[in-house]
Design a protein around this ligand. Sequence first.
Ligand code: PMT
Length: 408
Amino acid sequence: MSALSGKTILLGVSGGIAAYKAAEIVRTLAQRGASVRVMMTRNAREFITPLTLQTLSQNPVATDTFSLTEESQIGHIRLADSADAVLIAPATANVIAKAAAGIADDILTTVLLATRAPIAFAPAMNVHMYAHPTVIENLTRLRTRGAIIIDPAEGELACGYEGKGRLPDLAAIAGVLERLLSTHDLAAERILVTAGPTQEAIDPVRFVSNHSSGKMGFAIAGAAWRRGAQVRLIAGPSALATPFGVERIDATSAASMLSATAQNFQWATVLVMAAAVADFRPAHPAAEKLKKNSRGLELKMAPIADELPRLALKKVTRLIIGFAAETENLEANARDKLKRKRLDLIVANDVSQPGAGFGVDTNIVTLYGTDGIAESLPKMSKDEVADKILDRLAVLRAAKSKRLRAVR
Ligand code: PMT
């Protein structure tokens, strides 16, 4: 369940071109169970109508501090008090400057001073405006006072420029609010996640790989960050965007992925191996591109050593979660890997089932722990599977800490 479920989010929309995206923001937050109340500046109303946002949020939209009707229905102080979190998106340079200076000359800026809820700003503006020293200074002031600044994304801007200034994607914005409102049950953890496929070179232009998209591992990384953890993600080749807040380390081959894992292992308190690391690689990759011929090509494949059992020997207080991608004998194979690889938990997926495993947005998994508990989950989104795995991690951590306290 999303940390936004049952919460009231006050969305402040200011007047930049990205204001039209406020409609999608309202829908995304509402889909995650939040009650959204919108307040708009006068300039924002030039870009999108209050009626659109009122219809989508199913709540009255606040536009005017001095409106007799609005004040009698829900006054600005009550609006400020009702919020579990406030999100200003898009936040223009103007509204950022007013908030930094404490100016309260409209409903949005007045509520910003009156609320005691955490505030997140999602700046969106022209690349040169965003880089202007005044804007940087104002954002620093807001950050110092405890506000969260959601870094804009890079790309093509509505003004025709390329660069940093786009409103970040909706999942990132919702993710920041989820982290803000989560119970932070994983705040003590530094979680290292591997995700995606590996590519093993045949020659400089060809490789052997598998169908992993990275979705499962990326979902775990994002969910862990939202629950308060620090997260590093070692990603094989994948087109997916890095989940907000997560530090990404790219790897291509099994060798580079496993060496990055070993290098970051000391930093981590938890390792989650969701990547589909190759078991074999071409034994003699060609230095030059192999020429086409009528005889065909025979490839000798060499095994790739599995790093997990070796890392597990050094785990001490760390927890290690592995995956088992199987097409037959799911339980027996998973339990064997759990033991042989010295894991604390294994996530078994029968990748031959529709809606499970490689490439799709859903998964069907069973979690086998060293605590003897087997938990079969129905088909659910990979985001939901990620949260279930992390729930189990929290239980394993509590048990491990208790055991360690007992020996001391
Ligand atoms: O990326 P998606 O498209 O979302 O697909 C998700 C997934 C199917 C890739 C994922 O759910 C999954 O099952 N990942 C593990 C795939 C896999 O390689 O399973 P395995 O049973 O072959 O390996 C068992 C464990 O050993 C894994 O944790 C693996 O990361 C690890 N391993 C494997 C080989 C190797 N050389 N070194 C390893 O450490």
